[in-house]
Design a protein around this ligand. Structure first.
Ligand code: GAL
Length: 447
């Protein structure tokens, strides 16, 4: 059964890790084509295709720093790789937030592709930055005669003079295409209607939610209504996603209501696809410590219940139907009562930390032993001991815990002392059950 494991690396049909981030999805010729960021070396936009959204076949690097360029009637800047482009020094790479060491030249984000019936061409829109900072804030256009061929780069520009960062494309049933992007340093979300050949902006039709700082737009249409998913602006860190609805692209859009949880399950919107009768949210799970480890998540959207999206470990797509299931994710985070702190470890000490999704030190595993449980710190492989430290596994009942019911969560009762784990300041201590410093812990699955 074609099953997609959310948030895990995807291995393509050639056996390689798939690199396709901030992706856009195009249905064409019986395939789903995915175009996304591939930041390795001089690559920029990769393309994969699939019949089931699970098995992905690598097709091409459609845009590189060496792609052919061609000017068109918008006053564009054709430079993808400026003259001084060469490998970055480690210092230069470090100065550009979270970029892997690579080559200078354009930074291309969130590529999206539409097929233009009027011209028979495939048109890619994307976010362009100069590769050194985020000040260019331009969109760029590339075009190709075939869906997954080598795209010709037509240059970058500021649409109607606006800044343009996170972006998406949407094609309406009548072929009218829209480009939607964050403007005014992300304060506004602007909707542009494209020219008939999709190569430039015909008109700025809407400025949405001025001053509300939205990015990562995704638009889809269902039963005559237009839906837009967006995120807040917190860089690579996840935040609560929002959705809005309108009767027309240039009509009145609703205010933004939340979907998913407070981190959108550690994702940021990038695309949506309809499977059978169900719209599926596709989000990037960025890894801020290593961009190339970023993965993708599919979650069905319940439109009957206000764009409700719940977490699912696995998504199975079969005969045009989508179903969700619990997978084999075993690791979890241990949340402290009444605050957004989590239990962490550094290989020896145990202390508390704010939630950081890429922070592997927050992950724990549970093992059963002699009718009790062992709590294993995933990163170090060591076990939580009643001394409040991490140790190697040994035959010692200080490593054994019993789970009890506390006022706010699960009590962790140490078998050796009979005392319960509590947190005092940022340290772990053992306390008597009636001690005011503890109320139980919540075990939160690592989605
Ligand atoms: C995010 C944005 C990404 C990328 C990143 C860079 O907010 O959605 O596409 O631009 O910031 O920090």
């Amino acid at each position: 059964m074609p099953t997609y494991k959310n948030g895990r690396a995807v291995i393509d049909t050639d056996g390689n890790i798939m690199h396709c981030h901030g992706a856009g999805l195009l249905e064409y010729g019986g395939f789903y084509y995915l175009f996304g960021e591939d930041r390795r070396d001089r690559r920029r936009v990769s393309c994969y295709r699939s019949k089931d959204l699970v098995n992905w076949e690598f097709r091409n690097i459609c845009l590189t720093l060496d792609s052919e360029t061609k000017r068109h009637y918008v006053r564009t800047d054709l430079r993808l790789a400026p003259k001084n482009s060469g490998p970055m020094t480690p210092e230069e790479a470090a100065a550009i937030s979270l970029q892997p060491i690579g080559h200078r030249g354009a930074n291309i984000e969130r590529p999206k592709v539409l097929y233009c019936e009027a011209t028979g061409k495939f048109v890619m829109w994307m976010h362009f930055e100069n590769g050194r900072d985020y000040n260019a804030a331009r969109c760029a256009v590339a075009v190709c005669d075939t869906v997954d061929g080598d795209y010709v780069y037509m240059g970058s520009f500021n649409p109607v003079g606006n800044m343009s960062r996170d972006c998406t494309l949407f094609k309406d049933d009548d072929g009218t295409a829209y480009f939607i992007s964050s403007a005014r340093d992300n304060a506004d979300m602007i909707v542009y209607r494209l020219s008939e050949d999709y190569l430039t902006v015909a008109e700025q039709v809407k400025t949405l939610w001025p001053g509300q700082f939205r990015e990562a737009p995704v638009v889809f249409k269902e039963k005559g209504k237009y839906y837009m998913l967006t995120s807040q602006c917190t860089g690579w860190a996840p935040n609560q996603g929002g959705w809005a609805v309108a009767g027309a692209m240039d009509g009145r859009w609703s205010s933004i209501k939340p979907f998913g949880n407070e981190t959108t399950f550690n994702t940021q919107p990038t695309a949506a696809v309809k499977v059978g009768g169900t719209w599926v949210y596709i989000g990037d799970r960025w890894d801020p410590s290593d961009y190339l480890n970023s993965t993708m998540v599919y979650l069905p959207i319940d439109l009957e219940n206000g764009c409700a999206v719940d977490w699912a470990d696995e998504v199975t797509i079969e005969d045009g139907r989508i179903s969700v299931s619990a997978g084999d994710i075993e690791d979890f985070r241990i949340m402290l009562p009444g605050c957004s702190e989590y239990l962490s470890g550094d290989g020896f000490n145990v202390f508390t930390r704010r939630l950081g999704y890429a922070d592997k030190n927050l992950l724990w595993l549970m093992e059963e032993k002699d009718g009790s449980v062992l709590l294993r710190h995933k990163e170090s492989g060591k076990y939580l001991s009643g001394d409040g430290i991490l140790t190697e596994l040994k035959d010692d009942d200080r490593l054994l815990w019993e789970l009890g019911d506390g006022a706010e969560g699960k009590l962790l009762i140490n078998r050796h002392s009979g005392k319960s784990m509590a947190v005092f300041g940022r340290r772990v201590i053992l306390a008597d059950s009636d001690d005011k410093h503890f109320g139980g812990f919540t075990f939160v699955k690592n989605y």
